[in-house]
Design a protein around this ligand. Structure first.
Ligand code: SF4
Ligand code: SF4
Ligand code: SF4
Length: 416
């Protein structure tokens, strides 16, 4: 496993504050440090590393990082600047800086967090299509296990579609999910490397209990995190698009869908530990009637969804998301197709206001294969009426493990 303390030490000793990572960083133009010299921006970060000096410039640089990996191959010292900035968040925490609220709201440790709330209004605990506690539920062995990732919890329809597709290949496949199983990326990005490492180990243990041969990740960040840590396991792992491409012929006849789509790539697939951008395109082209048009930035040059910056820095992130959505609209496609549930959850709240539909590539493939699960979240968002959502989600709210009053307050605000 990667040793985060060593990585922090290495970054502190090796970064020369040359600023090359700032010069290529796509979020900087959206922030209030855009007019500061790149080297000066990184000097402020290194002042935090070396002497604990906090400055507004350093904080903006550190919290606006989207972990998009654009800068990864630019560093002359062979460092991963995104990782260095995540580890700098730990230094900020040690100095007493509170974790930004948007980030805390995503942490699995937070009693009432975004994933749990969005999940709770769509399905009752007993309806979850995934195993949530391997100790209590003692799952039987299965050759293939799908890991939902924390953002998959917000899209149970997507998880069900993915699982149905996988079961056409391996009927015994099961899914592991629930907020207690996380790859640890959120904690790393929130400046808690120790918690990140323990989440990762717990997830490996959880997956082991299925005695799998192959683990399929619904989230490309989880997949890349496994590539980064490279745990010693008796099983292999793959991102879902790669798994589906390997087994296309077993998915059954695919019916025509007739649509022009543009693919929103995920940073952690196209610039991840083992970068590739072909598997999503192979899947799209396998669907009869689907025409793919590319955005101005695509494949290895794709722009991030902006989600991490939205959570940690607010406006720069929402502006960045708008920039990406404009690129999608400009293609003239009918559908923007992300394949990462995290990106999808970042774009979905904007969906009712856009002249382009947003539908996961996995959902499109499922539709073509005759698999349909209702996207309840989109239905609720399109009402733009918290009271109506509250009344339709009443049974789920009552069955939820979350505090009811708090959940009802959240619904009223989130869906207004
Ligand atoms: S990972 Fe992306 S957002 Fe973060 S510093 Fe690098 S280029 Fe900028
Ligand atoms: S992380 Fe690398 S590219 Fe960025 S300032 Fe430091 S040495 Fe330069
Ligand atoms: S990569 Fe992101 S979405 Fe996937 S489990 Fe980890 S934190 Fe959650």
């Amino acid at each position: 496993m990667l040793d985060f303390s060593e990585e922090r030490k290495r970054f502190g000793e090796s970064c020369t504050a040359c600023g090359l990572c700032v010069a290529v960083c796509p979020i900087i133009p959206e922030t209030d440090v855009r007019d500061i010299e790149p080297a000066a921006i990184m000097e402020s970060v290194m002042a935090l590393y070396h002497s604990g000096t906090m400055s507004p410039t350093a904080k903006t640089r550190i919290y606006s990082c989207m972990s998009c990996q654009t800068c990864k191959n630019e560093c002359p010292e062979g460092l991963d600047p995104g990782l260095g900035l995540s580890l700098a968040r730990a230094i900020l925490q040690e100095k007493g800086e509170p974790t930004p609220r948007g980030l805390s709201f995503l942490l699995p440790e937070t009693e009432f967090n975004l994933m749990k709330a969005i999940e709770a209004i769509q399905l009752k605990p007993e309806e979850r299509p995934w195993v949530t506690d391997v100790v209590r539920q003692k799952p039987s062995s299965s050759k293939t296990v799908l890991f939902t990732g924390c953002t998959g919890l917000m899209q149970p329809d997507l998880v069900s579609t993915a699982l149905d597709l996988i079961r056409r290949v391996d009927p015994s496949a099961q899914a592991l999910g629930g907020i207690d199983y996380c790859c640890g990326d959120t904690n790393l990005r929130a400046g808690n490397p120790a918690a990140s490492a323990s989440h990762f180990l717990r997830l490996v243990e959880g997956l082991e209990s299925f005695s799998p041969k192959n683990v399929v990740f619904l989230c490309p960040t989880c997949n890349s995190f496994f590539d980064l840590h490279a745990p010693k396991t008796t099983w292999s792992w793959q991102f879902i698009t790669q798994f589906l491409v390997d087994h296309l012929e077993k998915l059954g006849p695919l019916k025509e869908l007739n649509a022009t789509i543009t693919i929103h790539d995920a940073c952690h697939l196209v610039r991840g530990e083992k970068p590739e951008s072909e598997s999503p395109r192979t899947l799209a082209k396998a669907i009869p009637g689907i025409k793919v048009v590319e955005m101005e930035n695509c494949a290895e040059n794709a722009l991030c969804c902006g989600g991490s910056a939205m959570a940690a820095a607010g406006k720069p992130g929402t502006d960045f998301r708008a920039r990406r959505l404009k690129q999608a609209v400009d293609t003239g496609a009918q559908i923007m197709a992300p394949y990462c549930p995290g990106c999808q959850s970042v774009f979905t709240p904007e969906r009712p206001n856009l002249p382009i539909q947003i539908e996961s590539l996995i959902t499109l493939l499922g539709r073509s294969a005759g698999i349909c699960h209702e996207d309840k979240l989109f239905r609720f968002l399109s009402y733009r009426d918290g009271k109506r959502v509250l009344s339709e989600a009443e049974e789920c709210v009552q069955a939820s493990e979350l505090p009811k009053e708090k959940l009802m307050g959240f619904i009223t605000k989130y869906f207004r």
